[in-house]
Design a protein around this ligand. Structure first.
Ligand code: DX5
Ligand code: ZN
Length: 217
């Protein structure tokens, strides 16, 4: 078994987005990770629906859409129409998380829930059986290229225990500061999906970098 790899196009060259998506198509990546930031939930704005639609026109891998926005319920259908295969919302942005997760599933999308570095994974206890993925933020959301937070390993372990305890089938996805320096340790700790932005797109040969992340074990 190998980790699933989700290159984050937040770190791509937006002026050459088609080329960047084609690079991901040609690689062993499993998903295209799409970061949506609203300038409210996080202190940054990335891009919106027309860009997701444009990416989807060229993508041959499923779009893993990570919504770092308040009131995500308003936009679930629009992101589904724009091409999302999986939609991940933040626990911290959803006062009615159960309802939001059901709404994503009703669209026939995979449903993910993300937790910020300060949010204990035990807060997922009563929702974890409903979700396809739990995304653990290993940096504070809002920017690519930040330093990986070491406490993430403990959270992966605690989440793994919660998954076993509850009989959940959720995948564990790690987002932020992932590189060849921690990919193996993350996978061994129990991570199933690794998101990587800067490490992939700043490398000389992104296709080879994606390959290395996937086959590091
Ligand atoms: C951060 C985003 C991440 C980001 C990861 O808020 O959710 O997906 O693109 O970028 P790197 O891998 O550069 O930390
Ligand atoms: Zn992300």
């Amino acid at each position: 078994m190998n980790p699933l790899i989700a290159p984050s196009i937040l770190a791509a060259d937006f002026a050459n987005l088609q080329k960047e998506v084609e690079m991901i198509n040609d690689s062993v990546a499993d998903y295209i990770h799409v970061d949506i930031m609203d300038g409210v939930f996080v202190p940054n704005i990335s891009f919106g629906l027309p860009v997701v639609e444009a990416v989807n026109r060229h993508a041959k891998k499923p779009l893993d859409v990570h919504l770092m926005i308040v009131e995500p319920d308003k936009y679930l259908e629009a992101f589904h129409k724009a091409g999302a295969s999986q939609i991940t919302v933040h626990l911290e942005a959803c006062p009615h998380l159960h309802r939001t997760i059901q709404a994503i599933k009703a669209l026939d999308c995979k449903a993910g829930v993300a937790v910020n570095p300060h949010t204990p994974v035990r807060h997922l206890q009563d929702i974890i059986r409903e979700v396809d993925t739990v995304l653990i933020m290993s940096v504070n959301p809002g920017f690519g290229g930040q330093e990986f937070i070491e406490n993430t390993y403990k959270k992966i372990q605690a989440l793994g225990e919660l998954i076993v305890e509850t009989g959940s089938h959720a995948k564990i996805e790690i987002d932020g500061g992932v590189s060849i320096g921690n990919a193996k340790k993350l996978f061994e700790a129990g991570a199933n999906v690794l998101v990587a932005g800067n490490f992939v797109f700043s490398s000389e040969n992104p296709i080879e970098t994606i390959n290395n992340l996937k086959f590091i074990v």
